[in-house]
Design a protein around this ligand. Structure first.
Ligand code: HEC
Length: 131
């Protein structure tokens, strides 16, 4: 019985550390297997279409230049990420995964469903044009 309690406590602690409250997600987190190694099937010119997607779906929180300073992002905790900074440290598979699936427990929802894969890759291409 004691052992059972220990196991329950162990998983409770694990769950708590995994969620981390309102702390920003440590990046880069490990990419799920089905996303690892994915590369953008579109050329760099997809960034033009990506700019439009970004304007409609992302600017409100991430800001015009993706610095995480959009008006709707101001009151959020954690704050929207600075995307050019992040893009310098992670691969396209990471970006595609996060935009598709979101960051659980934050205002960053997954965009799968709202956007198709092509639009997500367009926006990934656009993020690379940000400074
Ligand atoms: C409602 C506000 C909101 C909108 C709209 C939004 N984001 Fe986010 N985004 C966030 C927040 C908040 C975070 C920070 C999450 C964290 O710190 O873990 C984030 C994080 C990210 C990250 C980094 C995830 C990581 O692992 O660090 C990427 C990439 C991203 N957003 C891309 C996008 C794209 C592309 C769009 C548009 C399709 C978009 N976001 C729309 C709020 C938003």
């Amino acid at each position: 019985m004691k052992k059972m309690l220990f196991i329950v406590l162990f998983f409770a602690v694990l769950a708590l550390t995994a969620c981390g409250g309102a702390e920003a997600t440590a990046t880069p987190a490990s990419i799920p297997a089905e996303f690892v190694g994915k590369t953008n099937p579109l050329g760099a010119d997809a960034a033009t279409a990506g700019a439009e997607v970004f304007k409609v779906y992302c600017v409100s929180c991430h800001g015009e230049r993706g610095h995480g300073d959009g008006p709707a992002g101001a009151g959020l905790s954690p704050k929207p990420k600075n995307l050019p900074e992040l893009a310098a440290t992670v691969g396209d598979d990471y970006l595609f995964w996060r935009i598709t699936s979101g960051v659980p427990g934050t205002s960053m929802v997954g965009w799968k469903g709202a956007l198709d894969d092509e639009q997500i890759w367009q926006v990934v291409a656009f993020i690379h044009t940000l400074k």
